[in-house]
Design a binder for this molecule. Structure first.
Ligand code: ADP
Length: 394
């Protein structure tokens, strides 16, 4: 039994930041406040806002040395202060990789922690950071339930073929397969689509999660059928600093002819490529849109070109397309990207309404378009809170 005072805390830990959110454990789980500590290890800065967006806490650390454990402790201390005695009954965590076994959120215990740690080699840039706050909380509050929510889980419904590389069976069997990511976002968006949009439940959708990380997901009957991210979150679309799909022969060439080792390749494909690499200017879409440099325009054009080609590929995987749903920083806010993507999808029957698109309406296609287009804001933290209370309730 929970009391009306109970709260659920959500942590979404990345390499240099931890996002957090606190929700009422009841009703539709009203947001109490959310925020983040960013620039961990550099110049840590915490900011928290209430549901109306007003800043309710702000703090900086001058020593720079705040690690994920200390940052988690700082967030827990802030929670205690802000909640004034209201109890946190569970923590929900974003975990990038659940491997083949974790197809749903799970309550964390020592065995689960050990399992998830085994997946670190599959997501070395994310998984260790996701797990660090869990360990910190398990130590500080061992009886508090912690729920791990996976970015890969939503994609476990994909047909076997969509998850397979054309590799020797033994390598596939060892776990080298397409997992897909951004699943928390897709699950949230698809639930919103089914709850609020006038589309048939068996609609063939492409959801476009376009943020710093970017991917597309083909959704049929509310389930993931295929996605652009694969074994890692570097596959698929051009991203802020990631290459997206890259001929593996390029990597061999760089190793054999230009002396790249694994570390240098990792840096290249995750941190120095994408919009940043092509523009030579920035990974940030707003900066590129404001720039007159031809390289900025080229980076955007390549970003859009790859999205349009992959939408065609996902439509083929579903045998058709009824609607495109835009979400995340660029998808929700950048009307120009939406218009350019839509122009490339005109042949599929997509026609945007310019005014609706500029205004950022929920429906942005013309009335009667064969393929409709929508904006649905994502909320990964809210999804984690929902999973957490569902898992607690059994
Ligand atoms: P993350 O993957 O880090 O969560 P976001 O979903 O916040 O990223 O997306 C960040 C991207 O969204 C950046 O490229 C940023 O420039 C872009 N973005 C945010 N607001 C706007 C806007 N108003 N116009 C254009 N791009 C925007």
């Amino acid at each position: 039994m929970t009391s009306t005072q109970d709260c659920i805390a959500v942590l979404n830990a990345g390499s240099s930041s931890i996002k957090f959110a606190l929700y009422d454990a009841h009703a539709e789980g009203d947001l109490l406040f959310r925020g983040q500590i960013e620039k961990l290890g550099l110049a840590p800065h915490l900011i928290a806002r209430n549901a109306a967006g007003a800043v309710v806490a702000e703090r900086s650390w001058s020593d720079g040395g705040l690690d994920h454990h200390a940052a988690t402790a700082a967030i827990m201390a802030l929670g205690r202060e802000m909640l004034a005695g209201r109890p946190v009954i569970a923590f929900g965590h974003r975990v990038v990789h659940g491997g083949v076994d974790y197809a749903a959120p799970v309550r964390v215990d020592a065995a689960v922690m050990a399992d998830l740690a085994k997946l670190i080699p599959l997501a070395p840039l994310h998984q260790p950071h996701n797990l660090a706050p869990m360990a910190a909380i398990a130590k500080a509050a061992p009886h508090l339930p912690q729920i791990a929510c996976f970015d890969t889980a939503f994609h476990r419904t994909q047909p076997a073929l969509a998850q397979e590389f054309a590799l020797p069976r033994e390598i596939t069997a060892s776990g080298v397969r397409r997992y897909g990511f951004h699943g928390l976002s897709y699950d949230y968006v698809v639930r919103q689509v089914r709850k609020t949009l006038p589309l048939p439940t068996d609609a063939k959708l492409v959801v476009a999660h376009l943020g710093n990380g970017a991917s597309l997901c083909a959704v049929r009957d509310g389930r993931s059928v295929a996605s652009t991210m694969g074994f890692t979150a570097v596959d698929g679309l051009v991203m802020g600093t990631r290459t997206g799909a890259l001929d593996p022969g390029v990597l061999l060439y760089l190793m054999q002819e230009r002396g790249y080792d694994a570390g240098k390749i990792e840096d290249l494909i995750y941190r120095r490529s994408g919009l940043l690499g092509v523009s030579g200017l920035s990974s940030d879409m707003r900066t590129l849109r404001q720039s007159r440099a031809p390289e900025a325009g080229e980076a955007i054009a390549l970003f859009v070109y790859r999205i349009v080609r992959e939408i065609g590929s996902l439509a083929a995987a579903m045998g058709g397309l009824d609607a495109i749903v835009f979400t995340a920083g660029i998808g929700e806010n950048d009307a120009a990207t939406r218009a350019e993507v839509a122009e490339g999808c005109r042949w599929l029957g997509l026609e945007l309404d310019e005014v609706r698109n500029q205004r950022g309406d929920r429906c942005i296609s013309v009335t009667g378009a064969k393929v409709s287009a929508w904006i649905v804001p994502t909320d990964e933290e809210r999804m984690i809170a929902r999973y957490t209370s569902e898992t607690l309730a059994g």
